[in-house]
Structure formats: C-alpha cells, structure tokens
Write a protein that binds this ligand. Structure first.
Ligand code: NAD
Length: 374
C-alpha cells in the first residue's frame, strides 16, 4: 500500500504525521511511504532523513496524492487534498468530523474512507493510538511553561539574604490528561497547586501529584467512561462560589475543562478576572472549543484588567518534535491495526474501527457524527 504524507497546510503547524523512525518501521512492514518535499522540515526532519529511512520524496502534493492509497496527516485534509486523491482512497488524521460537514460531503462524493484520530475510542487496547491524550499531555506541559514565562514571578520558594520569595500559586481547572500534566509540571517547578474537577475520582490523582483538590459540595454531575457528560447549573454555581477566593490568590490559572461533545463550560467570568492580581496569567487551553474564560481570544495573548490571558490553540505544535514523535506512533499503530501491506481489513464491527471510521464507500457510517450533522 502506498502511504502519502503531505506538508501540513494549517498555519501555524510544525508537526508532521510520520517521523523518519516510524517511516523506517512501516517500510520494513512492506508499506511504501511517500512524502511531499519539506513535509518534516518545520520539525527538523529533512527529506534526506526520510529518504534514508526508505521513503520516496515527491516535489508537490499533486504527484504525491495522485497514486496514494492512504493519506496520513495531523490536521484534517483540505478540500484540495481530497480532490487530488484517487476515488476510494483512505484518509487518517484529526478530523472532528461533526465540525466540517463540507469535508464529510466531499469524502462521500469521492467514496473516500475517512478515519478520525480524535474519534479513536479511549479504551485500554487503543492507548497506543490515542493521539488526543498524547497531544493533550504535551499541551498541558507547554501551558505551564508559557504561563510561567509570562509571569513576572518565579515558581519556587526561595530563601535569599535579601528576603524570602514565596512560591507561586497555580490554580488548574480540569484534571484530565492536560490538567494532570499541568499539575505535575507546575509542582516540579515548585508552585503550590490547587485543582478543581467535577469528577470526584480525580481527587486521588490530583493528590498523588502533590496538588490540593478543591471539592465542590454539590450533586449534579453525570460521568461516563472517564468523561464528564453533564454538569448542572447548580453545581457550576457552587463551584464558582468555591473558586472565587482561590482565583483571587492565584498567580497562574490554567483551564482545561471539557464536557465531551459540548461547548467548553464558562468557568472564569470577567468579574473573576477583575478580582485577580495585576500581573497574573491565565492560559485557556479550551479556547478552540469556546474557551473556559470569558475574555480569552482564539490564538491571541491579550491583557485585560491587568491579567495576561493566553489563548494559544495549538500548544502541541510548539513542542513539535516530541508531538510528532508521539503522533507518528499513534497513527502508525492505528494503521497497523486496521491494515496490512496488502490492504485494509474492513472489520466494520470491531470497536476501534467502528469508533474511528467516519465515511466508507459513499456512506456516513459514524453514529455520533450522523446524529450531530443530521
Ligand atoms: P479530558 O477530557 O481528559 O479532561 C477534561 C477534564 O475537564 C475532565 O477531567 C473533566 O471532568 C473536567 N471538567 C469538566 N467540566 C469541568 C468543570 N466545570 N470544572 C472543572 N473541571 C471540569 O481532556 P484533555 O485531553 O485533558 O483536554 C482538555 C482540554 O484541552 C480540551 O478542551 C482540549 O481540546 C484542550 N486541548 C488544547 C490544546 C491547545 O493547544 N490549546 C492542546 C490539547 C488539548
């Protein structure tokens, strides 16, 4: 099978879907890997390294995609890329299919089979394919580093001849994958870390990393498979009251709260920002799904009421080397689960296939996407 890795076209994007190491192992497994010239350049993986690993370099997208069986990308394919693929080819990438009906329609017209990395079920068997987690983990790390950099203070306690510096206070909303890494990173830098999450089971995980869990005394949370499914207005009000005091004391706030399939919950209001100390910082990781902070702006850093609010939507791309290494492992593991060098197995009822396959043979087969788009 011929695999094609075009240059990512989203701006700014520095990740690449396959690294030379992973190309080497796929070539060994009998796949033919083709890359658009310069596909890995922004990450520091040059054409020569891919050629050394057994790949063929194509001068442009058109020649690369014309004969491809499978397109592998980080971000969703562009309409142009879908048009250039042969009818019946397969794509694997992040897609968030329910947000891109035009790409779904184009895939249906061209009878493309499309797999979405963001829809791979979060089950233990699929952990190695879980790109949402691998990228959120790195994002949580980078959020703390960016926040620390924007703060005019250091994180650790420091006793000096000229006086004692007290540790910075970090408040984290959401103790999922990104949040847990943010806790670990902030603790390593010496901050005092407080955390709020609606799922009570996260308390133990937060405490095992040295964070203090702020417990909301209220019901009204429904969880399913490790995700928050529904959070009542009453719960959110109680959470707001509890958090109010802690947010006013915080130097850095990192928000990562996500309720699956919904717009990000609004947790940091303008009034809360007004009550924060001048010079403090918020990093809103949920900015792409609407933001947890009322004042954050997509892909912008703004200063409001004396508080720096960072709305960087692609934190993993800022650590593109590690992010590409992990993503390449995720996507190649999924590919090897779905296919051999001879072709795809198309076991449509198998859990990982069913969870991540969006369109197939001219049909929209993914139930969640169907429910939202219909
Ligand atoms: P996750 O599902 O693992 O964690 C989200 C957590 O939020 C869960 O633990 C959930 O219980 C919690 N939560 C829900 N409602 C809450 C509330 N009212 N208060 C406190 N906690 C609440 O998700 P993740 O993989 O950790 O990703 C977190 C967010 O970061 C997502 O929105 C994701 O899209 C985003 N993300 C952003 C970047 C970026 O570059 N900005 C990178 C990766 C991930």
């Amino acid at each position: 099978m011929k695999l094609a890795i075009p240059k990512e076209s989203k701006v700014p994007e520095r990740r690449v879907a396959l690294t030379p190491d992973v190309v080497k192992s796929l070539t060994k497994a009998g796949f033919q890997c083709g890359l658009e010239s310069g596909a890995g350049e922004a990450t520091g993986f040059y054409d020569a390294a891919y050629e050394g690993a057994g790949a063929v370099i194509f001068p442009d997208k058109r020649s690369l995609l014309a004969e491809a069986d499978v397109l592998l990308k980080v971000n969703a394919p562009t309409p142009e890329e879908l048009q250039l693929l042969p009818e019946g080819a397969t794509t694997i990438s992040f897609l968030y299919a329910y947000t891109v009906p035009e790409l779904v329609n184009l895939s249906l017209q061209k009878r493309l089979s499309t797999f979405a990395m963001d829809a791979v079920p979060r089950i233990s068997r699929a952990q190695k394919m879980d790109a949402l987690s691998s990228q959120a983990n790195l994002g949580g790390y980078k959020a703390v580093i960016m926040g620390a950099n924007a703060l005019g203070k250091i994180f650790p306690l420091m006793m000096t001849a000229a006086g004692t510096i007290t540790p910075a206070r970090v408040l984290i909303f959401g103790a999922g994958v990104a949040g847990l890494q943010a806790i670990a990173t902030a603790k390593r830098l010496g901050a005092v870390v407080e955390v709020t999450d609606v799922r009570p089971e996260t308390k133990e995980q937060v405490e095992s990393l040295g964070g203090r869990f702020l417990e909301v005394q209220a019901d009204g949370v429904k969880t399913e498979g490790g995700y928050a499914k529904e959070v009542s207005a009453e719960y959110l009000q109680k959470q707001k009251e509890l958090i109010s005091k802690h947010i006013a004391d915080a130097d850095l706030v990192i928000t990562t709260a996500l309720v699956i399939g919904k717009k990000a919950p609004l947790l940091v209001t303008e009034e809360m920002v007004q009550r924060m100390k001048p010079g403090s910082v918020i990093v809103d990781m949920a900015v792409e799904s609407g933001g947890n902070c009322a004042l954050s702006e997509f892909n912008q850093t703004v200063v409001k009421h004396g508080v720096t609010i960072i709305g960087e939507a692609n934190l993993p791309a800022l650590v593109a080397v590690n992010a590409s290494e992990l993503y390449a492992k995720n996507i190649s593991t999924l590919l090897l689960h779905l296919a051999t060098k001879e072709g795809f197995k198309w076991e449509l009822e198998e859990e990982i296939t069913r969870g991540s396959l969006i369109t197939h043979q001219g049909e929209l087969v993914h139930q969640f996407t169907k429910d939202i788009l219909s």
